[in-house]
Design a protein around this ligand. Structure first.
Ligand code: G16
Length: 540
């Protein structure tokens, strides 16, 4: 075993979801090694235990896996399962950790961020429950990176990741496993595959965009089994640079899918996932289902799906996610929780059996079957609901609005803003929080303005400064926070929501409906002036 001297790097603090930096940063000598050693130092349970390793196939995935294997062997890990070709989606890692009682997993991904040598890379640690390590662990890992002096690795030949099979590295057992099988088995246990395949037999048209990211092989195996023709799965081959695009399922980056779905003879059902397979979007012909609505509709219909036929225990959503799911929970008589942005905040509620479903505006939804958000699970959930209701996506969404009212919702992102300018916008709003309630802006009266603090109902851990929120008496609101996943400058996210009751105007233009709220947010925060931006970089 070799012990290599090293010195700390600044800024190895995990963000919303692990450590994400440019490839250039990650490939500096010792950068990845320092972070990985900090994981082994802070999670002693890994010694003598099973570790799962895989990633989304982006540039540097293969090199990083070899480094991690050599370090795992030196740090006393007994056995490692690695996805064939280094490929494992984030939800698959979560499923495999849980199925095999592993002590944890290391996922190599920067999610929806671009890949390739000039793109981004990332690493995140998932705990024994299959979920993202909680803040107590990520804080400890960060603290360790700041004082690290050396890391351990064994000398070894490169492991062939391309073939399934077993080998040994200094006493540590390495198994290269099928990337898809365990995950597929779990999906088949939750959904009515016979009913879903009948949709395709009866001619329902479908398009899934894997965005040249990790879900390609999963989608081919699972949708293939359901009878979906290969041609209906586009961009299915994972590429190290995602074909030059951002593997981010939104109208800009999943343009091909959106064009198909909004064309006159477009498919009946469309969907896409992201770089590491944990996000999803769902579309009907000519209709994009907002992720907030998707969570609400899944919650209202879950009892129709075999894996959830006993009903749901509760629902959680992140603070900026619209309150559509709360309305469903209220009617079902189950609790609704509001958590900070970041999947890790759902873990305790799921482990404690307080919720069955959870989701976020950032295109994430999942259930208690694993401890990550799950892109293909959400698509299968929708397909199963379409099969059970015998109605297309578009009709299911419209009927939901007619029943519950509509939470018009959109997110405006201001990307690559100079960090100081972005912080000045946040500060300006923060400074006004106390004096805002009662103020009138056009037709809106402010009812509350606060900085979101979350007290975990299970372990009572308090997370402060989780975004700023301004609520109006009408039920509308806006929220503002800084993204924790960007790698260049700062990204300001402005979240807009307006509630329209069931007897109101349910088919109005989304952005026009939200414009008055966006204008008020801009007036209060000085967002456009302070950032020198006339428009958001991305609207989703
Ligand atoms: C990650 C987290 C999500 C979060 C999203 C956006 O998603 O897992 O919980 O909602 O980032 O975070 P932010 O607004 O801080 O950029 P992913 O898919 O990137 O892993």
């Amino acid at each position: 075993m070799n012990i290599t001297k090293t010195t700390p790097f600044q800024g190895q603090k995990p963000g919303t979801s692990g450590l994400r930096k440019t490839v250039e940063t990650f490939t500096q000598p010792n950068y990845l090694e320092n972070f990985v050693q900090a994981i082994f130092d802070c999670v002693p349970e890994l010694r003598g235990s099973l570790l799962i390793v895989g990633g989304d196939g982006r540039y540097y995935n293969d090199v990083a896996i070899q480094i991690i294997l050599r370090m795992a062997a030196a740090n006393g890990v007994a056995r490692v399962l690695v996805g064939q070709g280094g490929i494992l989606s984030t939800p698959a890692v979560s499923a495999i950790i849980r199925k095999n009682d592993a002590a944890g997993g290391i996922i190599l991904s920067a999610s929806h961020n671009p890949g390739g040598p000039k793109g981004d890379f990332g690493i995140k640690f998932n705990s024994a429950n299959g979920g993202p390590a909680p803040e107590s662990v990520t804080n400890a890992i960060y603290a360790r990176t700041q004082i690290i002096e050396s890391y351990k690795a064994v000398s070894s030949d490169t492991v062939d990741l391309s073939k399934r099979g077993e080998s040994r590295m200094s006493g540590m057992k390495i198994e290269i496993i099928d990337s898809v099988a365990d995950y597929q088995e779990l999906m088949e246990s939750l959904f009515d595959f016979t009913a879903i395949s009948k949709l395709f037999i009866s001619g329902m048209t479908f398009c899934f965009d894997a965005m040249h990211a990790v879900t390609g092989p999963y989608a081919k195996a699972i949708f293939g089994k359901l009878g979906v023709p290969d041609a209906s799965i586009i961009n299915a081959v994972p590429l190290p640079d995602f074909g030059g695009g951002h593997p981010d399922p939104n109208p800009i980056y999943a343009k091909e899918l959106f064009e198909r779905m909004f064309s006159k003879d477009g498919p009946d059902f469309g969907a896409a996932s992201d770089g590491d397979g944990d996000r999803n979007i769902v579309l009907g012909r000519g209709l994009y289902v907002s992720p907030s609505d998707s969570l609400a509709i899944i919650s209202a219909n879950a009892h129709l799906v075999p894996g959830y036929s006993a009903g749901i225990k509760g629902v959680a959503r992140s603070m900026p996610t619209s309150r559509a799911a709360d309305l469903v929970a209220e009617r079902l008589g189950v609790p609704a929780f509001e958590t900070p942005t970041g999947w890790k905040f759902f873990g305790n509620l799921l482990d404690d059996g307080q919720i069955t479903l959870c989701g976020e505006e950032s295109a994430g939804a999942s259930s208690d079957h694993i401890r990550e958000k799950d892109g293909l699970w959400a698509v299968l959930m929708w397909l199963n609901i379409v099969a059970a209701r015998g109605k297309p996506v578009t009709e299911i969404v419209r009927e939901h609005w007619q029943d519950y009212g509509r939470n018009y919702y959109s997110r405006h992102d201001y990307e690559e803003v100079e960090t100081a300018k972005a912080e000045s916008v946040m500060q300006r709003l923060r400074d006004q929080l106390e004096e805002l309630p009662g103020k009138v802006f056009g037709e809106e009266i402010i009812s509350a303005a606060e900085s979101f603090t979350y007290r975990d109902p299970v372990d009572r851990f308090v997370s402060e400064n989780q975004g700023l929120m301004v609520k109006f008496k009408s039920g509308s609101r806006f929220a503002l926070r800084l993204s924790g996943t960007g790698t260049v400058g700062a990204t300001l996210r402005l979240y807009l929501e307006k509630y329209e009751p069931a007897n109101g105007k349910l088919d109005a233009d989304l952005q026009k409906t939200l414009n008055p709220i966006a204008d008020i947010a801009n007036t209060i925060t000085g967002l456009k002036r302070l950032t020198d931006r006339s428009d958001p970089s991305t609207i989703s």
